[in-house]
Design a protein around this ligand. Structure first.
Ligand code: 0A1
Ligand code: ZN
Length: 865
């Protein structure tokens, strides 16, 4: 009786308002795995207790499972006492407490969805969040059922010499026939999405950490033997994270061991399973030969993120999946601040806002917009979004700003202490902030409910007679699917006024905008001041101001808030580019002067300069237009880049020569120099100087690190020089056997501003090294391509067809990863009608595909509404 019903039924909608506490609890579970890639047997023993006074049966979720045995209190269950319901096993139970046993058989090597127990490069590993545990054994697969786990694994000792699971190792032994076994116990009750096991031939980078109360923790990073030399950075990041969480949040690690395993095939970045984090290898492995500085920072940030989940996610977990941002938004906020503390606060904030605008603002203005706490979903995997993660982090950041550091810490202490060992809600978090921080967050709660990015118009008017200025603020929150009307939000705006004569900042204030229209008056201004608003990006909103180009130029040179300074520079560039696209005469000289000033200011951090002088992305420019015109945007941006390159050519040559390093170092100074050097190379190549490709090729060949090598390759890939082909060939031959680095070869070409990118991507999709079975490879080619606005939106519609073909083919193997490629196609309303029609046609073609997954069905059907 194989159960295929889940793939045949019309997707069912799950609603937040339908939440009910579980009918049955499972305080203890013992799992016994007889591991084998082709056929693994899973025997589960559940102690179950009836929760409340009811007579409903026990329902154990299952996905693709067939019960080979069912026992209650040791006895086989009569056929009329159990049934199957959409994959779940339903058992009628007479009493309040029982022991239920089931036996199933699964085939990890056939599991291409990478959810549940699967095989990756000779390893067996698990991924259970959100609903993968039901693909391993029958269980109430919901985060508010917390159990103590005891796990026994038996496996072939030669193939799987290492056996890991959550918690602490307790016993191990030999078995006949070359097999062995191990048992792990996890003393902390946890939801099943945090279950994990790994079996394989792994080597360990072992270290230790002594916690603030003096307990010693054994740390292990487990990888293939050959990858051991690439694990040092991850280990350092882990130790730093452990110390940081003690220092900043007072949170200590709680088990005797903490293990991390790197796997090559993984749907997301990494997973915070209790005591046994499982990582996409791209967020563990790093060395100068193969990892860029961005990769190094990614390793540090993701290691921290997963470690921080031990408190924000594991010790305090989520009641239901609508509360996902409770753990994700808070944990992203924590990892962002950790990374800022490890490097530069200013640069980290700029990078985080860039990501928020690129991913979350786009999501929030499209058909898939949803609140940070959604009201409904068809497939929860589709809700691991930039809104839940990044906008969720901004909500925590706003609360932290409004409370101030001490009261925020009082709030988080209260939250952790009050809810330790529980499954909590976003409301619980806000209430802890209110009580611990002694603040009323009544109106602030709307941030959890209302989707859409608020727009704030800020108009500053000066009254010379009264010597006062008035700042008029108006907010609107745009309609989003299911939410046509919006209420005004509570928006914290850090604001300062600059004296135009002295250049002095007369004080930073936190203005709370709580009404649709509100004004603030400031006294003592004989001359009109210059407005600096949303400093530090204090609220995730779009601000429109009546500031002149001269005001922006002033702020780009003088604002003492680095984010606001960067922002002024970007706005200066946006105004010029949008003007150029609209065919207006624009003054580009101000932009060139601002870039020259920043790039020659010896007091500025080079990493900041590199951020400040780079042109806004094509996608960001598209967001500023009523209808996105990819060709006009590309042409305008490219022309300005060429002009900046040509006019400041000596400066780019000078920076490029001056920042050449002699030996690789990972310090902030060395990273900043590389970042600025790569930007200088980009402008030098754009200048049209005849030796541009030679200089780029020189950097490519001489670099002793991947940051400079890949940037040189990317610069060459934008052009049509002979050096382009040479560098791509060299890169391919050097890294053809290193999957993570070969991903960069695919990605660089898919992301290039090259007139033939669409055709090249089509060819690369047929390359012998391309495969749909590895999510990193798919993202490197099609994910990067769909983010290349100019190429993806080629007027022929070929880009849309390529991505739709990929979605259709991939959906049969890995629906989660396929569904993540849908959003770029879903943004058709933002484009001209010929493009919109082509995009819709591809979405409709996908929807007609027989047997389409729930994941892709949800994303495509919402995108067509
Ligand atoms: N909780 C993880 C993200 C994650 C979600 C689902 C997964 O399933 C494939 C994997 C990872 C995190 O926030 O890091
Ligand atoms: Zn997370």
């Amino acid at each position: 009786m194989a159960d295929n019903s889940s793939s045949l039924t019309v997707p069912h909608v799950v609603r937040r308002e339908d939440y009910r506490p579980p009918d049955w609890l499972v305080p203890d579970i013992a799992l016994d795995f007889d591991l084998d890639a082709a056929a693994t047997r899973v025997h589960a023993t559940l102690s179950v207790t009836r929760n409340g006074d009811h007579d409903r049966p026990l329902k154990l979720d299952g996905d693709g499972l067939l019960p080979l045995e069912i026992r209650v209190d040791g006895n086989p269950v009569a056929a009329d006492l159990w049934s199957m319901d959409s994959g779940a096993l339903v058992i009628a139970l007479p009493d309040a407490v029982h022991i239920v046993e089931t036996l199933v058989e699964i085939a990890p090597q056939d599991n291409s969805k990478l959810m549940g127990l699967y095989a990756s490069g000779g390893l067996l590993c698990t991924q259970c969040e959100a609903e993968g545990f039901r693909r391993i054994t029958f269980f109430p697969d919901r985060p508010d059922v917390l159990s103590r786990y005891s796990v026994r694994m038996a496996a072939d000792k030669a193939l799987y010499p290492v056996l890991l699971a959550n918690g602490d190792p307790v016993e191990q032994g030999e078995l006949p026939g070359g097999r062995h076994w191990a048992r792990w116990n996890d003393p902390f009750p946890k939801p099943c999405y945090l279950f994990a096991l790994v079996a394989g031939d792994l080597a360990c980078n072992a270290d230790r950490f002594v916690t603030m109360s003096g307990r010693e923790v054994q740390l292990g990073i487990w990888v293939r033997e050959a990858d051991l030399p690439r694990t040092a950075h991850a280990m350092q990041a882990l130790r730093n994270s452990m110390a940081w969480d003690e220092r900043v949040y007072g949170r200590e690690y709680d088990l005797d061991v903490f293990n991390i395993v790197a796997v090559a095939d993984f749907n997301f970045g990494a997973m915070e399973n209790k005591g046994l984090n499982i990582f996409n290898s791209r967020y563990i492995l790093a060395d100068p030969e193969t990892a860029t500085d961005i990769d190094y920072d990614g390793v540090e940030g993701v290691v921290a993120h997963e470690y921080f989940h031990n408190w924000s996610g594991n010790r305090v977990t989520c009641r239901d999946w609508f509360q996902l941002s409770l753990k994700e938004g808070f944990t992203v906020f924590r990892d962002q601040n950790f990374s800022a503390d490890m490097g530069s606060h200013a640069v980290k904030r700029i990078e985080d806002v860039r990501i928020l605008r690129a991913a979350q603002f786009q999501e929030d203005s499209g058909p898939l917009a949803h609140p940070v706490r959604p009201e409904s979903y068809m497939e929860i995997s589709n809700f691991y979004t930039a809104t839940i993660y990044n906008k969720g982090a901004e909500l925590i950041r706003m609360m932290a700003l409004m409370l101030g550091p001490e009261r925020f810490r009082a709030g988080t202490d209260l939250y952790f202490d009050r809810h330790d060992g529980e499954a909590a809600t976003c409301e619980d978090f806000v209430r802890a902030m209110e009580e611990g921080g002694e603040i009323d967050l009544g109106q602030f709660r709307l941030w959890y409910e209302q989707a859409g990015t608020p727009h704030v118009r800020a108009l500053l008017t000066h009254d010379p007679v009264a010597r006062s200025v008035t700042l008029l603020l108006e907010q609107t929150v745009p309609p989003t699917p299911g939410q046509p009307e919006k209420r005004p939000m509570a928006i914290p705006l850090r604001t300062a006024l600059f004296d135009p004569e002295t250049g002095e900042n007369r004080g930073d204030e936190l203005l709370m905008l709580t009404e649709a229209r509100q004004s603030f008056t400031f006294q003592g201004w004989t001359a009109a001041p210059i407005l600096s608003i949303n400093r530090g990006f204090s609220a995730p909103v779009i601000v429109e101001t009546n500031r002149s180009q001269a005001d922006l130029a002033f702020l780009s040179a003088h604002d003492d808030d680095p984010f606001a300074r960067y922002e002024a520079m970007q706005q200066l560039m946006v105004n010029v580019l949008v003007g150029r696209i609209g065919g207006q005469a624009v003054d580009e000289d101000a932009v060139i002067a601002a870039i020259r000033n920043a790039a020659t200011d010896p007091l500025l951090d080079p990493a900041f300069v590199a951020e400040a002088i780079r042109l806004p992305s094509e996608a960001y420019l598209g967001d500023q237009m009523a209808v996105v015109d990819p060709d006009a945007i590309h042409a305008a941006r490219d022309a300005l880049q060429r002009r900046i390159g040509a006019e400041l050519e000596p400066l780019w040559r000078d920076i490029h020569a001056r920042t050449r390093a002699n030996a690789f170092a990972l310090s902030s100074v060395a990273k900043g120099a590389r970042k600025l050097r790569n930007t200088a190379l980009l402008y030098l190549a754009a200048s049209g100087a005849v030796d541009g490709p030679t200089v780029a090729f020189g950097q490519f060949s001489e670099a002793d690190n991947m940051t400079e090598r890949q940037a040189a390759l990317a610069t060459l890939a934008n052009g049509t020089s002979a050096e382009r082909e040479a560098a791509l060939d060299i890169f391919y031959n050097r890294y053809r056997d290193d999957a993570l680095t070969l991903d960069k070869w695919f990605q660089t070409q898919a992301f290039a501003f090259h007139p033939d990118t669409v055709d090249l991507v089509e060819e690369l999709g047929r390359h012998k090294d391309f495969t749909l079975t590895n999510p990193n490879r798919v993202r490197a080619l099609y994910g990067a391509f769909a983010g290349n606005q100019w190429a993806f939106h080629h007027p022929s519609g070929k880009g849309y067809r390529l991505v739709a073909d990929c979605i259709i083919a991939l959906d049969k193997l890995n629906p989660q990863t396929a569904a993540r490629l849908v959003p770029p196609l879903g943004r058709w309303k933002r484009f001209d009608e010929p493009r919109a029609a082509l995009m819709r046609a591809e979405l409709q073609r996908i929807l007609l595909e027989p047997g389409l997954s729930k994941d892709v069905t949800e994303q495509v059907s919402k995108s067509l509404e």
